[in-house]
Design a binder for this molecule. Structure first.
Ligand code: PMP
Length: 400
């Protein structure tokens, strides 16, 4: 199915039931993406690995089309895209797959990896695991906005540094890391640069070729594609990056990632990528001005409200705010209709302060007064006003 219109006009993100403002956690599937996927559950159900009949060929063609759509969004070649089931998998794969490759080449070489203390847990925990396997790992501190400083990185480099893995756009506080500058710093050195771009894709321009990125993880459900569908970009040339598989089996994806391909989900990833590419500039501008409007209105309505993360070098869709003295839990009943996140959605359920807020110096007391609000494709000015009204109405009058 061809993608015909740019942005679909329907989505169930605002209704009497409530207002969804948690697009950093996940997004609804765009109706056009859903329509593109549907036939691949039914009439085109073939296995792309079936080379002897048209069911297989149809599925294989759909997968190749999706690979092109994804590659085109990030300035890569189709051959550099491998499909995975989550950004969590892609991140783990980079770290364990590279370690395995390096050990295979030379079991005795010293290995140093660099990451930051503000990564998603799928990078942090994988790095902690390889540390236990003898890799020297530096978890770099960040500045007060949640960004890695170039100088901090420069000083951490060692002759045996093999990998730098840094998040591009932080999922909690929205800060953007200077990935292009970091790429320039490591160019000519024998160090691979991996970025977790899960919150960057479809929000800010991403071009792996121009920017000199070697490996990049991202996931469809953050940009209006289905859950359980993701990819890893692996640079094919200058340098040709080689990592060992994480999953072995039937040899799908050129032997790099075995398992029967989830064709409908891959088709959805491709369609979502195409829609993002068509609308990137206009949506980034619209989101940025909506986010700025939201912040102005929040400041006017709630005295003392503070923004976490960088004021301008931040995700166009994210506001992370602290309401000093106002415990978010105490507002829970009154803000039920607001789909927002307290701390990181990925670690919600845990009572401890998120490592991201801790990393930028937010105290546990402040963290309990902190809220993440994130906007999306169907958020409009009326929604912003409604959210401000709900929040203001929930706050005890002595605080407003
Ligand atoms: N990295 C970042 C920055 C994320 O925001 C997320 C999702 N919260 C992930 C990785 C994990 O993505 P997935 O849900 O596809 O495993």
């Amino acid at each position: 199915m061809e993608i015909t219109t740019h942005i679909s006009t329907t989505a169930q993100t605002a209704s009497d039931k409530g207002l969804y403002l948690d697009y950093n956690a996940t997004t609804p599937v765009d109706p056009q993406v859903y329509a593109a996927m549907e036939p691949y559950f039914k009439e085109y159900f073939g296995n792309p690995a079936s080379v002897a009949h048209h069911w297989g060929w149809t599925a294989e063609n759909a997968v190749q089309k999706a690979r092109m759509q994804v590659a085109s969004l990030i300035g890569a070649k189709s051959s550099e895209i491998t499909f995975t089931a989550s950004a969590t998998e892609s991140n783990n794969w980079v770290i364990f797959g590279l370690l395995s490759k390096l050990r295979e080449e030379n079991p005795n070489q010293p290995i140093h990896f660099i990451t930051s203390c503000l990564e998603h847990s799928s990078v942090l925990k994988a790095m902690q695991a390889v540390e236990k396997q003898g890799v020297e790992v530096d978890f770099l501190p960040v500045n007060k906005f949640g960004q890695v400083e170039i100088e901090t990185l420069r000083q951490a480099l060692k002759p045996h540094t093999k990998l730098i893995s840094l998040i591009w756009v932080n999922n909690e506080v929205g800060s953007i890391n200077p990935i292009s500058e970091i790429a320039k710093l490591v160019k000519e050195k024998q160090i691979l640069l991996h970025t977790d771009a899960t919150q960057a894709i479809g929000k800010i321009p991403v071009n792996v070729t121009d920017m000199g990125i070697d490996l990049m993880s991202f996931s469809a459900h953050k940009f209006y594609g289905p859950k359980g569908s993701a990819a890893l970009f692996i640079r094919g040339k200058d340098p040709k990056v080689q990592i060992n598989p994480l999953i072995y089996g039937g040899g799908q994806e050129k032997g790099l990632r075995s398992g029967t391909l989830n064709v409908p989900a891959i088709v959805g990833l491709g369609a979502a990528a195409e829609i993002c590419k068509m609308n990137l500039e206009s949506e980034a501008a619209r989101m940025t001005s909506l986010r700025n409007l939201f912040w102005q209105k929040l400041q006017a309505a709630i005295p003392g409200i503070r923004l976490n993360g960088h004021a301008t070098e931040r995700s166009p869709i994210n506001l992370n705010v602290t309401l000093p003295g106002i415990k978010i839990e105490s507002l829970a009943a009154k803000i039920q209709k607001l789909g927002v996140s307290m701390g990181s959605a990925c670690s919600s359920g845990s009572v401890s302060i998120s490592h991201v807020l801790k990393g930028i110096g937010v105290t546990p007391e402040e963290a309990s007064c902190t809220l993440r609000l994130s906007l999306g494709r169907w958020t409009n000015e009326d929604d912003i006003q409604r959210a401000v009204d709900i929040l203001r109405g929930a706050i005890p009058t002595e605080n407003v």
